[in-house]
Design a protein around this ligand. Structure first.
Ligand code: GTP
Ligand code: MG
Length: 364
């Protein structure tokens, strides 16, 4: 039985996403004001890094249109391909049609299992009928949504004391940027945030996170260059407790799951954090790069187990024509996708929503 068939068919809404979509214009203005103030207070030398966050783009009227915009490359590739199947207005759904549909679906990096499931669903519902493009797209959208449904996208907050979130992933997947955006969301929803610059290998990494903290107006803990990342993590949690913060988010250096010394280092970070708060880390978020398509999966294979991950952030959806990769990600990692990265600006993150995602992927 495929993984998605056993999943619950309800999904919790994320409060951050809700508040953003409820008052997108107002929220964007607030963020822009904050950013302008924070920038004015920043030393200009901090902005010289190539990895400094991009200036925020204005939000374009709600979460759905943002998601739709981010998925435009994938959607264009898909719908052009599927539209191609309809040279005439209606088409008979027979074996030939189903085979052609299948080969178009797998081009989005959704993988064989997902493409088969969608094809089979179309067969069950529409076989031997003459159908329109819209009918096929509707059926595919519903099936995709069913496959993407998951129990919860919400951060698992602890009942008392700071919630500790560790962010991990391979090099360049989008960890630091996702932390900046997530911190901004949580900060705007009234949470007191501390960031921990746990990537101590590169000075630029500390600088990059420091710029984000300045923009958001939140605290950051940094160590000396090449300091033990575990000690930075420890101090971050320490600081979070001392100042009564709600959330501590700890950045880590990029690594491959095959680099055993670096994976042990993650283990050490977990241990020291646990020493401060027994139930921490409460979340270990694995950041995956959507532009890498199926490669994102093979790069991070085994990572989720080795690092004890609790959820996924799928970054860079906006730059990818391979948005379909979310389906095998849900299948292979057996983890909820909690957030999606929709760009480089402060507001370019959204709590994952299966219905909105499926609709944004296929709706014409
Ligand atoms: N378009 C787009 N770019 C993104 C997104 N998230 C991250 N990036 C860009 O991807 C690049 C790498 O992002 P980082 O956040 O530095 O990635 P990282 O995983 O922290 O990298 P390392 O610390 O080197 O392992 C940067 O140029 C980011 O601006 C996104 O959602 N959309
Ligand atoms: Mg980084």
């Amino acid at each position: 039985m495929a993984f998605w068939r056993s999943k619950k068919t309800t999904q919790n809404e994320d409060t951050v996403g809700q508040s953003q979509s409820a008052s997108a214009g107002e929220t964007a203005n607030d963020a822009n004001d904050q950013v302008t103030e924070a920038r004015a207070a920043e030393p200009t030398s901090r902005n010289t890094s190539n990895e400094t966050p991009a200036a925020p783009k204005p939000t374009s009227g709600g979460l759905f249109s943002k998601m739709r915009g981010a998925l435009s490359k994938t959607r264009q590739a898909l719908s052009t391909d599927i539209r191609d199947l309809f040279k005439t207005e209606g088409r008979l759904v027979d074996d030939e049609f189903l085979q052609e549909l299948f080969s178009r679906l797998i081009r989005t990096d959704m993988g064989v299992a997902s493409a088969e499931a969608i094809r089979d669903d179309v067969a069950t519902r529409l076989k031997a009928r003459v159908v329109s493009l819209d009918e096929v797209l509707d059926t595919i959208t519903q099936q995709t949504e069913a496959m993407l449904l998951q129990e919860s996208t919400e951060i698992q907050y602890t009942d008392s004391g700071p919630t500790v979130i560790l962010v991990v992933g391979v090099n360049g997947s989008g960890k630091t940027t996702s932390i900046g955006k997530l911190a901004n969301h949580l900060h705007k929803s009234g949470k007191k945030i501390v960031l921990g610059a746990g990537d101590t290998f590169r000075a630029a990494a500390v600088e990059q996170l420091t710029v984000w903290a300045g923009r958001i107006g939140c605290e950051i803990v940094t160590g000396k260059p090449e300091a033990d990342p575990a000690s930075v993590a420890y101090q971050t949690v320490d600081k979070a407790i001392a100042m009564g913060a709600d959330v501590a988010i700890i950045d880590t250096a990029g690594r491959l799951q095959t680099q055993s010394n670096l994976m042990q280092q993650l283990e050490k970070i977990r241990r020291v954090v646990e020493k401060k708060i027994e139930t921490a880390p409460h979340e270990v978020l694995l950041v995956l790069d959507a532009t890498a398509g199926q490669n994102a999966i093979s790069q991070a294979q085994g990572f989720s187990e080795a690092a004890g991950c609790t959820g996924i952030v799928l970054a860079k959806l906006d730059g990818s024509a391979k948005g379909g990769v979310i389906l095998p990600i849900r299948e292979k990692f057996q983890l909820p996708v909690k957030y999606v990265g929709l760009g480089e600006g402060v507001d370019d993150i959204a709590a994952f929503d299966a219905a909105a995602f499926a609709k944004a992927l296929f709706a014409q």
